[in-house]
Design a protein around this ligand. Structure first.
Ligand code: FES
Length: 108
């Protein structure tokens, strides 16, 4: 697994992506939704497994789900599963907060 630094510190991440918000990132050409919830920071594929809408245009809820703005499918951000099994799973990525920054882990 390779780790990609996305912020220099947790403080920077919190400033750029406050709780209950989502930022679209591109890492190695791959679009990622980076979300901040009360449970922490999460990274998932930005493309909705249903019909491809950008999940970063959606919202997050108190159940730690990311909600697609198009047809409201809800994906758990740790498991990637859709809450009612209406579409395929969402790919998830590890997020680590280290002394020298915030990183996303991706298999290349
Ligand atoms: S495109 Fe996301 S729910 Fe349909």
């Amino acid at each position: 697994m390779n780790w990609y630094k996305i912020f220099e510190s947790e403080k920077d991440a919190n400033r750029e992506v406050p709780e209950r918000s989502i930022m679209r990132l591109k890492i190695k050409g791959k679009a990622i939704s980076f979300a901040h919830t009360k449970h922490g920071y999460f990274a998932v594929d930005d493309e909705c497994p249903h019909l491809g809408e950008s999940l970063s245009k959606g919202t997050v809820n108190y159940l730690n789900e990311i909600i697609c703005p198009w047809h409201s499918h809800r994906f758990h951000m740790q498991s990637g599963t859709e809450c009612k099994g209406r579409s395929g799973d969402l790919k998830t990525y590890k997020v680590e907060i280290k002394e020298d920054g915030v990183f996303i882990g991706m298999d290349d």
